[in-house]
Design a binder for this molecule. Structure first.
Ligand code: MIC
Ligand code: SF4
Length: 646
């Protein structure tokens, strides 16, 4: 039978289930990655599983998010991760080595392998033909312990890229175009496979920009073929042995097809406050900028920054604008330095930041109040920059560099000839900031500073669920709304009691206090609840506050899995219109819960305040039912006597 690339990789890794779209499948995971803001929790969970060494072919722990060390907390977490990684046979990437997705692509990614990462942008690896999926830290911990990763078999959507990119248009514009067409929920339950002459013509970094931002579509992951360009990229990284060919079978039938004619694309910009709010740069009107930020796991490759340097050569950053540049990895920074591009950037007036996530997650460089920032990043959710009323626009490095000079969002088309850059024959990589784990059997003390706190454990549900609707929110609520993350909160990712005080702080600051006073309750939401990050904290903080269920019109994939993993029920309105029938503070009750959770697909919720009864869907697999009944994935794993090996 003819197969897509997705089907080829999944069938080689399948441990349970049928490969029919929508059915639950379990797959073996070859490689895992964690980063520090989700990693602390993931490793505490791995420790709770009592596994001496990881069972994957390779696991890497990156430090890239929490690198502003304004107190002891982040450094405590780094040392905990470093020592726990050494103990369990995990490679440790020190702070300063770069952003997990960029470094993983350069140094560890392999076409045809599966990668599970505790970060939603793990699909970056799809740029070299890796089936790379983002998940909550607990799912990644289970994979490190040798367990399968369970997901719904996605639909496979072909994105046919026709023609050639015009001058000044690049990979970022392709994914922004897809976001414009399909929106932030358009990719739910899907893998996007990029094919056609346009896909073949893109460089690996451009492919990785596209697969990275597939996360913004809500996609399970995205894939490019592993072709000659991939082989050349891996060879230039000194890793040609990692290359295998991967392509869809000729004539394979896809579940869906989208066609993009590259020659018709223009430089695009996503406007505040959503990555799908996209317009051509030329049609935005006159938007004055206070800041331009170049970097993040989306656009911080050597080729991206070389283009920026060529545009800025001999020019000056506009007096009003602060231009900040965070190279994606030490390899990128080293190469910019060696070829002289770094001096060009400095002379033009750029502020060079550490190779880390930095401003993308509000770790420094928050704009002025009401400030306007143009960024090459992937997310522009309200408040994410650390400045609640800032306006963040997203665009390609080309648009960002030209706009840094003009001081306003500028279509670079008006700017002259585009920069021409070529893929280097050889990347430099010294790997000095990678710490490889010692052989098994050595005595290693895991160091836990005062910032490391135990995490809350869910309890099996009671027979009757009663509680108030403590919060009612609309569509597309992000994990940044649920559990905000910026320089002052990120250091507490291993301290849930502290974090929980800020749960939903930008939406309704009284929520944590009300939830604790009521002994918990429920949340009511619209479509695509929990989009964005993989952070489990968006489930753990509500769990700590006593939230027992979320009733929504639909959920984002990773967040739904996180809710189940931490024993919170994700329920769907059977009739979307019933959303209107629940008001803030209404008292809700679900009777006969435990027995129904086992088999029922529909549950009845009594609104004790209005006297109405509504139906909610409990569309769960057998495994998910068992996890909820056990009170979360850790309890479930313990009851099963440990992780069952894939
Ligand atoms: C993000 O971009 O939102 C993050 C910060 O990388 C998150 C992970 C986290 O919250 O720690 C993600 O994308 O999963
Ligand atoms: Fe880091 Fe931003 Fe990428 Fe998240 S999206 S991994 S914060 S660079």
């Amino acid at each position: 039978m003819k197969q897509t690339m997705t089907a080829k990789i999944i069938s080689e890794h399948l441990v349970s289930g049928k490969m029919t779209a929508g059915e639950e499948i379990g797959i073996r995971i070859d490689q895992t990655l964690t980063q520090d803001s989700t990693g602390t929790m993931a490793y505490l969970q791995l420790e709770a599983m009592n596994i001496p060494r990881v069972k994957t072919k390779l696991s890497v722990a990156y430090i890239d998010h929490n690198t502003l060390q304004t107190g002891y907390e982040n450094a405590d977490d780094h040392l905990y991760i470093q020592t726990v990684a050494a103990k369990h046979g995990i490679v440790f990437s020190k702070p300063g080595n770069g952003i997990c997705h960029q470094v993983n692509l350069e140094r560890f990614g392999r076409p045809g392998w599966t990668l599970l990462g505790s970060d939603s942008h793990t699909p970056t690896g799809g740029g070299i033909g890796m089936l790379a999926i983002g998940a909550g830290g607990l799912d990644v911990a289970v994979a490190m312990a040798g367990g399968a990763y369970y997901l719904k078999m996605p639909k496979v959507c072909r994105v046919e890229l026709k023609g050639k990119l015009p001058a000044w248009v690049s990979g970022k514009d392709i994914i922004l175009e897809l976001l414009r067409r399909l929106t932030v929920k358009g990719g739910t339950g899907r893998v996007f496979e990029y094919t056609g002459e346009g896909a073949a013509s893109l460089s690996v970094p451009e492919r990785a920009t596209i697969t990275n931002m597939g996360a913004e579509l809500g996609a399970t992951t995205s894939l490019f073929a592993s072709d000659e360009k991939t082989r050349e990229f891996l060879a230039a990284q000194g890793r040609e042995d990692a290359w295998i060919p991967l392509a869809p079978d000729e004539g394979v039938v896809y579940d869906e097809t989208v066609v993009i004619d590259l020659s018709e694309l223009k430089p695009l910009v996503a406007k505040p406050h959503s990555p799908d709010n996209v317009s051509p740069a030329a049609e935005l009107g006159d938007i004055e900028l206070d800041q331009v930020a170049i970097g993040s796991c989306t656009n911080s490759s050597y080729l991206d920054l070389l283009k920026v340097a060529k545009i800025l050569e001999g020019k000056q950053v506009h007096p009003r604008v602060s231009l900040v540049i965070a190279p994606g990895s030490r390899q990128v920074l080293g190469m910019l330095s060696d070829c002289g591009a770094l001096s060009i950037l400095l002379r033009a007036g750029a502020r060079i930041l550490e190779c880390a996530c930095g401003p993308c997650i509000g770790m420094g460089q928050s704009p002025k109040s009401g400030g306007v920032s143009l960024r090459t990043f992937n997310r522009n959710f309200e408040g994410r920059s650390g400045t609640p009323d800032a306006k963040v626009y997203l665009a390609s490095p080309e648009v960002a560099a030209v706009s840094a000079i003009t001081g306003r969002i500028t279509d670079p088309y008006t700017y002259g000839e585009p920069p021409v850059v070529a893929m280097p024959q050889q990347f430099i990589s010294d790997d000095n900031l990678l710490v490889f784990p010692p052989e098994a059997g050595q005595a290693i003390t895991v160091v836990r500073g005062p910032n490391i706190k135990p995490f809350p454990l869910a309890k099996p549900p009671a027979e009757t669920l009663t509680g108030q609707a403590l919060l009612k929110v609309g569509d597309n609520i992000t994990t940044d709304h649920i559990m905000p993350s910026h320089a002052s909160l990120l250091p507490y990712r291993s301290n849930i009691p502290h974090l929980a005080r800020y749960c939903f702080s930008g939406v309704d600051a009284s929520f944590p206090e009300r939830a604790l006073a009521q002994g918990g309750g429920l949340i009511v939401a619209g479509n695509n609840y929990g989009q964005g990050s993989s952070r489990e904290h968006a489930a753990l903080a509500p769990l700590y506050l006593g939230i027992k269920a979320v009733i929504a019109q639909s959920f984002a994939r990773i967040h739904r899995a996180n809710l189940i993993n931490f024993g919170i029920l994700p329920l769907l309105f059977a009739d979307a219109a019933d959303y209107e029938g629940i008001h803030l503070d209404d008292k809700l009750e679900i009777g006969g819960l435990r027995s129904q959770l086992q088999t029922a697909d529909t549950l009845l919720v009594s609104n004790l305040t209005t006297g109405r009864e509504i139906a909610v869907k409990w569309e769960a697999t057998e495994r998910e039912r068992a996890i909820i009944l056990a009170g979360g994935l850790l309890n479930y794993t313990r009851n099963a006597g440990g992780v069952t090996h894939a």
